[in-house]
Design a protein around this ligand. Structure first.
Ligand code: ZN
Length: 439
């Protein structure tokens, strides 16, 4: 009897050992078309590729995932409508990306071109065509690595319209609620997989909610919030990670996982800085970067003026609103901080800096609007007469959002403003060229 017990104990120990496996996830998010390193020498597609190759050398059951917003943010993306980014990322051999809100910036039809160029699945389980099919053809993938069946489900924020894009860019397609879609996909995949990963492009709060409220997913790899996480987010035996944007760092999540209990036994997470002084650029990727960057260099690396001091994001917003007033003669101007994507540098200012600040094809729009319709966050403390007309300048993207707002006052205000005007970026460049200096 004692012997038999010992035998059973030994056997179950062997089984338990068998069910415990190692898995490594390499990841990045919000790359935003930053093909070249930044001014401090961090990031750049060729250096990121090289770092990924190095990490792959000792990487059991290795996966590479991108958590969305691969495109938009630099002239090469704006001019060629995102596509070069997917061509440059192809040699990375990404296992799966999730669509981010910015993958919609060139209209939903362009996503079909991304699918063709990417060479890997772009997941979006909650983005459906009119007739209810998953737009990107893949809501999830199952990847097998050495006796481990890994299910990856991708979702992005359901409130794309009006918060992140325009009705025209979403087209006739529809979005489902992200978290409930994750839940229903998990139910479908559970028996076919040993582990589930949520690959998501969502707000910070929603990313953490998946870790705390959806125990089906052992791991949440996320993007959208550019600040990333300092440390891994944990709830019970589950983890969530996210990195800083623009490819300035990559993540390495090392896991020991128990297939039998579907629980993480051990997890550690490293954020690896992508420094161009540490890594040699990957030759193949560097050639692709050069191919595209050389096309746009002549246009955008032109000096347009000087900045007397560096402006942070908020100061840059204030400056843009000044330009908007100057250009349109409006009394009030408003741009959201989210539409200001970079800082205005001190010293020489290139057209490229303005593209980085305003990568979207936003149009500068203006109208005369009665005082009673103007929200307080635009007029500030200025007292307005209800029926007098005041000039308002803003961007078409915000007007679209206001027109579709749940708030009736905001809808009326949005309808009082037009959707057409010159490109904001051109207005900013012209303003600097005329004045030569930004104080
Ligand atoms: Zn995003």
């Amino acid at each position: 009897m004692r012997l038999l017990l010992l035998f059973i104990c030994l056997l179950s120990a062997v089984w338990a050992q068998d069910s415990i496996v190692d898995l490594t996830i390499l990841h990045f998010n919000d790359f935003h078309a930053r093909l070249l390193p930044n001014a401090q020498g961090f990031g750049g597609a060729a250096y990121l590729a090289s770092a990924i190759q190095q990490e792959r050398k000792n990487c059991p059951r290795c996966l590479l995932l991108s958590a969305g917003d691969n495109v938009q943010g630099t002239p090469v993306s704006t001019i060629y409508r995102g596509l070069p980014v997917f061509e440059v990322l192809q040699p990375f051999k990404i296992d799966a990306s999730v669509l981010g809100n910015h993958e919609f910036d060139y209209g939903y039809e362009r996503i079909n071109d991304f699918l063709a160029a990417a060479g890997h699945p772009l997941l979006a389980a909650n983005f459906l065509t009119q007739d209810g099919k998953v737009f990107t053809e893949a809501s999830s993938v199952i990847i097998e690595r050495d006796n481990l069946r890994i299910g990856i489900v991708g979702v992005l924020m359901e409130n794309l319209v009006p918060s992140f894009t325009t009705p025209a860019k979403l087209g006739p397609n529809k979005m489902l609620a992200a978290l409930s879609t994750l839940r229903s996909e998990a139910a479908k995949l559970k028996d076919k997989t040993d582990i589930l990963i949520a690959l998501v492009h969502l707000t910070r709060e929603d990313c953490d909610r998946i870790v705390t409220e959806l125990p089906e997913y052992a791991i949440t790899i996320s993007g959208h919030d550019h600040g990333g996480k300092e440390i891994m987010f944990r709830a019970e035996d589950r983890v969530g990670v996210r990195l800083r944007s623009y490819g300035v760092e990559m993540g390495r999540l090392n896991l020991r996982y128990d297939k039998a209990s579907r629980k993480i036994v051990n997890a550690d997470w490293k954020r690896i800085p992508i420094s161009s002084t540490v890594y040699q650029p990957d030759r193949v990727v560097a050639q692709l970067v050069e191919k595209w960057e050389s096309k746009v260099r002549l246009v955008v690396d032109m000096k347009i003026g000087e900045g007397s001091s560096k402006k942070d994001r908020l100061q840059t917003k204030v400056w843009i609103e000044q330009v908007m007033r100057d250009k349109t003669g409006a009394q009030f101007a408003y741009i959201s901080t989210g539409s200001v994507r970079d800082n205005l540098p001190a010293g020489q200012i290139l057209a490229r800096d303005i593209w980085n600040i305003s990568p979207f094809d936003n149009m500068l729009v203006r109208a005369n609007v009665p005082g009673r319709l103007i929200p307080e966050w635009i007029r500030g403390t200025t007292q307005l007469e209800p029926n007098k007309l005041y000039g308002i300048a803003t961007i078409d993207f915000l007007v679209e959002g206001w027109r579709n707002s749940k708030d009736e006052a905001l809808r009326i205000f949005g309808r009082a403003l037009p959707l057409e005007g010159p490109f904001l970026r051109d207005a900013l460049i012209e303003w600097i060229q005329t004045r030569r200096t930004v104080e």
